[in-house]
Design a protein around this ligand. Structure first.
Ligand code: AVI
Length: 322
């Protein structure tokens, strides 16, 4: 078994993105990818265990029930690349199923070195699995994995947890099209997607009674304070989860309780907030099954199989690159 990480430095993109997002005319925003520092990732793990948030348990159930069936549909030999590494719990189910019939290279791709380290630690005991992680943006990492494969190998890309739903507007389809360009015909994508559901189930999943999602959201401001010398008063920003019926997304916002000015020392800038003005921090799109079939076609894939959880409306999709 082999484990290793290949890393690259990223500069202060955070400062640039924060200033651009808070300077936007109209709706202020902060990119959701910055929710996941060490504290944010730990809070997200807690969210996954909350009774209101059924998404992660639904996907785990699907993989527990169907991992063998999924891997039995794959061409062999196969190399596995995962976009985002998570805790490795769901991936373990697939890798264990795969290790029944081949030794497998597994490449988690992730910008957080901490998450990569957790993933390596959690999965290193699986027989016949060699782990080489890439500390990269998703598609950059995938390009490297694709460049290293030898002729007969197929790629299986895992994009689990409905992370695709966090891409705004058409960005999800554009991302999948770019991903498809990196693959060869016959390669596979296992895509986890949360489906539409009633609002009385959906809204509490993003505004739980314990306030964990609120803390997850506000941590973004704490991060601006600690990393960029900001002076956000966290108690003056309220967490909001709002369903947007036009985009079929649940949106997280941080609403300024008062009119206030926030300084960010690193940028040498001050930002004004009116009372009730919000910062949009995340969208989580909820798919219909038909939309998923169309999305596969539009982005150069064929939907080979789809498994739906019976308790929480969630779909695991196996797509083949055409
Ligand atoms: C990671 N992603 C799929 C989660 C979601 O449900 O959109 C992030 C999240 N935001 C609030 N709760 C969970």
């Amino acid at each position: 078994m082999q484990t290793q990480t290949l890393s690259v430095s990223r500069g202060s993109q955070f400062a640039t993105d924060v200033c651009a997002g808070l300077s936007k005319p109209g709706q202020k925003e902060l990119p959701s990818k910055y929710l996941y520092d060490e504290v944010g990732s730990a809070l997200f793990e807690v969210i996954c265990a909350l009774p209101e948030y059924g998404l992660t348990r639904a996907e785990e159930r699907l993989l527990q029930q169907h991992a063998r069936e999924i891997v039995d549909q794959l061409p062999r030999p196969v190399v596995v690349a995962e976009l985002g590494s998570g805790t490795g719990r769901k991936t373990r189910l697939l890798l264990e199923a795969l290790s029944r019939w081949q030794s497998t290279w597994y490449h988690p791709i992730e910008i957080s070195p901490t998450a990569l380290a957790v993933c390596r630690r959690e999965l290193r005991d699986i027989n016949s699995i060699s782990i080489v992680g890439f500390e990269r943006e998703y598609l950059d990492g995938l390009r490297e994995v694709a460049a290293r494969r030898v002729n007969s190998e197929h790629l299986l890309v895992l994009f689990l947890g409905s992370t695709l739903g966090n891409f705004d507007g058409s960005a999800g389809a554009e991302f999948l099209s770019e991903l498809r360009q990196i693959l060869q015909a016959g390669d596979s994508l296992l895509l986890g997607t949360d489906l539409r559901k009633p609002l009385d189930v959906l809204v509490p999943a993003y505004d739980d009674a314990l306030g964990v999602t609120a803390a997850f959201n506000r941590n973004l401001l704490a991060r601006v304070n600690s990393e960029l010398g900001g002076d956000f008063n966290l108690s003056q920003f309220a967490h909001q989860a709002v369903f947007n019926p036009r985009t079929h997304s649940i949106e997280m916002h941080l609403r300024s309780r008062i009119s206030q000015t926030v300084n960010i020392a690193e940028a040498g800038l001050a930002f004004r907030f009116g009372e009730d003005e919000t910062i949009w921090t995340e969208s989580s799109h909820k798919y219909s099954r038909e939309e998923l079939y169309q999305l596969a076609q539009l982005t150069g894939f064929r939907c080979q199989s789809q498994w739906i959880d019976s308790e929480w409306s969630f779909a695991e999709n196996l797509w083949i690159a055409e």
